[in-house]
Design a binder for this molecule. Structure first.
Ligand code: SER
Length: 311
């Protein structure tokens, strides 16, 4: 992995992954693409992932050896527009996999805790288990895991992926996910010392701080291929928490912080269909995954960084 094309490079993961990869592999070796132009320096191209021809042309022109496909609609957005979600999430993935096959590229795309559903065991969710998600996003993620396995088995494309928990960061907002409350809460804690949660008390989901997510992508992509049994769908985990756990962690640093609830039934239903906590032992065993940040360490860093960012 030394010349990498990222789709969705201005999204929540992409904006930080681009900077992270450039610090490791050099600015000119990481080509950002998205449907709009950002403000970063370095190679960048406008690419709509539903345009297979354009994606192929850009990957070929830059002579990349890896594609990291991040362009997708998140869970709540996908419930608002399921047909569009199918077109972007599945159509975009298929196009990106085809480019990887044609140009013989290594391939990464994220799956999610959203690939599980109400019939999945909720606690310590096993690596290999029932996956009958009830959201369009989840249907896309399961199909995506299978499609990536298929491209490896059938065409020998070096596809790899993880099931990300809700990702928390202070750089780019997520936009349209169910776990977004766990990002918003920090912004509101700094701005107003109060937050109204759209997810109900006692609703546990897996979460992870962005530096751990970025590190895990690089670690997986550089891992010895012969050790990877679960190529495209490694459970990874760091923090299992409910809204009141975030509130308590924030209160350690901002004692006046107050939280109340105004539950959004759509996102609450999605949250309740996802695991409380997932088992990451396969990722630990097969490529050494380990998260550094727990809830307290993440909270301290988020509040410090956002205090600077928001002045
Ligand atoms: N954070 C995502 C969402 O809430 C889950 O992968 O949609």
């Amino acid at each position: 992995m030394k010349k990498i094309l990222i789709t969705g490079a201005l999204g929540q993961i992409g904006s930080e992954l681009m900077t992270h990869l450039r610090s490791i592999y050099g600015t000119d070796n990481v080509i950002g693409t998205d449907i709009r132009k950002g403000e970063q320096d370095g190679p960048f191209e406008i690419v709509d992932v539903t345009d297979a021809k354009r994606l192929h042309e850009v990957a070929k022109a830059y002579n990349v050896d890896t594609i990291m496909h991040l362009a997708a609609l998140l869970s709540a957005k996908a419930e608002e527009m399921p047909q569009k979600a199918w077109d972007i999430n599945m159509g975009g993935l298929m196009n990106a996999l085809e480019v990887a096959r044609e140009l013989e590229l290594q391939f990464f795309t994220p799956s999610s805790i959203g690939a599980f559903g109400p019939s999945t065991p909720k606690n310590n969710t096993p690596q290999d288990t029932l996956q009958r998600p009830t959201t369009m996003y989840g249907v896309n993620k399961v199909a995506g895991e299978l499609l990536c396995d298929y491209y490896y088995d059938r065409f020998g494309v070096d596809t790899r992926g993880v099931r990300f928990p809700g990702l928390i960061s202070y750089v780019a907002p997520p936009g349209g996910g169910t776990t977004d409350y766990a990002v918003e809460i920090y912004y509101e804690a700094i701005k107003n010392k109060a937050y109204t949660s759209f997810i109900g008390e006692g609703t546990y989901m897996d979460m992870m701080y962005m530096p751990d997510a970025l590190h895990s992508i690089v670690q997986l992509m550089e891992a010895d291929a012969s050790k990877l049994q679960h190529r495209n769908a490694f459970n990874i985990a760091a923090i299992s928490a409910a809204p009141e756990d975030f509130a308590a962690a924030i209160k350690t640093y901002i004692p006046e912080f107050q939280m109340d609830y105004q539950v959004d039934p759509v996102r609450q239903k999605i949250a309740e269909s996802w695991p409380n906590s997932i088992d990451a032992s396969a990722a630990q065993k097969e490529w050494g995954f380990k998260a550094e940040y727990n809830l307290d360490a993440m909270t301290k860093d988020m509040l410090d960084k956002l205090a600077v960012k928001l002045g």
